[in-house]
Design a protein around this ligand. Structure first.
Ligand SMILES: Nc1ncnc2c1ncn2[C@@H]1O[C@H](COP(=O)(O)O)[C@@H](O)[C@H]1OP(=O)(O)O
Ligand SMILES: [Mg+2]
Ligand SMILES: [Mg+2]
Ligand SMILES: [Mg+2]
Length: 330
């Protein structure tokens, strides 16, 4: 790993940990006026804006020349109608970074407007992935990746509600990080030693545990049920919000993650997959779209050359792709 990647991984882990503190504090105190609906009707909360402000400010300080492709912008926050929400974002960010003034916070959020593309380096950030999970007190993730010449080369997934191990005493909150060619690592979210992670060694698809979105609007549950039947899987799917599904595959908790398109025109966003994809690949797994094509992070802010996502432990990925194709709904 180059010196730059080592430095940026440490910095990205630190930034995600700080954002996770903000998210946990907001969630513990969240009321109905802490969220807005965006133009596409999806929710955004004080914590989405606050997390993006904290991370983008820290990235600007550490890597000022690297642009960022991030999910949120500050347009809605600037509206007169949202003055109360804006004030709460400022207060939450200053709990983590006390020196930041209001204009700097808005400017940090707006640094995420890069277009992405095939050349050079950029960061991509989902400040809260699975906002619907966050609002339901379920799983969510903070996902940050560094993309170089169209390939994720470093990824960090903060998973504040995912237990750090399987023992009853395991702490809640973990973080997975990966650098290309260096493997994937699991850390306690707050602080502590890293341990390497590996995908499962499940050899028979019939014994596989598969996971998918909670939201039926994000992935077709009827299609995945038919795929499971074709593969001989009898266990029901584990439904989970956010890139915590990639974390589950990387750790070997689940064997297959299916994200089957609900409608033809939807383009997956790069920040929804870059960190998770690298973490799974570095843990020994395989990630493609539903036709078996690698995810193409070089096409801009979306994965417009791909359709859906499939992540597996890599042992029988082709068999899963074949089952998806054979089960394509009319
Ligand atoms: N129709 C859709 N198909 C797939 N993913 C979607 C769709 N609409 C929203 N999403 C994205 O799914 C992610 C959450 O996925 P999951 O269901 O796995 O938790 C969010 O980032 C959300 O985007 P957004 O952040 O714009 O709301
Ligand atoms: Mg997301
Ligand atoms: Mg998000
Ligand atoms: Mg969102």
């Amino acid at each position: 790993m180059s010196k730059f990647e080592h430095f940026s991984a440490q910095m990205a882990i630190d930034a995600v940990r700080k954002a996770a503190l903000l998210c946990a504090h907001v969630r513990a105190n969240l009321t109905a006026d802490g969220a807005l609906a965006k133009n596409d009707k999806s929710p955004v909360t004080i914590a989405d804006y606050g997390s993006q402000a904290v991370i983008l400010h820290l990235l600007q300080a550490a890597t000022p020349d690297i642009p960022v492709v991030a999910e949120e912008d500050a347009d809605a926050l600037r509206a007169d109608d949202n003055a109360a929400l804006r004030a709460q974002v400022f207060a939450e960010v200053r709990r983590i970074l006390p020196q930041l003034g209001n204009p700097e916070i808005l400017a940090a959020i707006d640094r995420g407007n890069h277009t992405g593309g095939p050349a050079g380096r950029f960061w991509t950030l989902d400040p809260i992935d699975g906002t619907k999970g966050f609002l339901r007190n379920d799983q969510y993730a903070i996902a940050l990746a560094l993309v170089e010449d169209g390939q994720p080369v470093m990824g960090v997934l903060g998973c504040p509600e995912l237990p750090c191990g399987h023992e009853a005493t395991a702490k809640t909150g973990c973080l997975l990080a990966a650098c290309r060619g260096e493997g994937a690592w699991l850390y306690p979210l707050d602080a502590g030693e890293a341990a390497p992670v590996k995908v499962s060694s499940t050899a028979d698809t019939a014994l596989a545990c598969f996971c998918e979105s909670v939201e039926s609007g994000h992935s077709r549950h009827d299609w995945s049920a038919t795929v499971a039947e074709k593969l001989g899987i009898t266990r029901p799917s584990v439904r989970m919000d956010s890139q915590c599904k990639y974390a589950s595959i990387a750790r070997g908790d689940a064997d297959i993650y299916l994200r089957l398109p609900t409608r033809p025109g939807y383009e997956e966003k790069i920040w929804d997959h870059a960190a998770g994809c690298l973490v799974v690949e570095e843990a020994g797994g395989t990630v493609t779209d539903i036709r078996g094509k690698p995810l193409d992070f070089s096409a801009g802010r979306t994965l417009r050359h791909n359709s859906g996502v499939v992540a597996t432990n890599g042992r029988w990925h082709d068999q899963v792709i074949a089952a998806i194709q054979a089960a394509t709904p009319a």
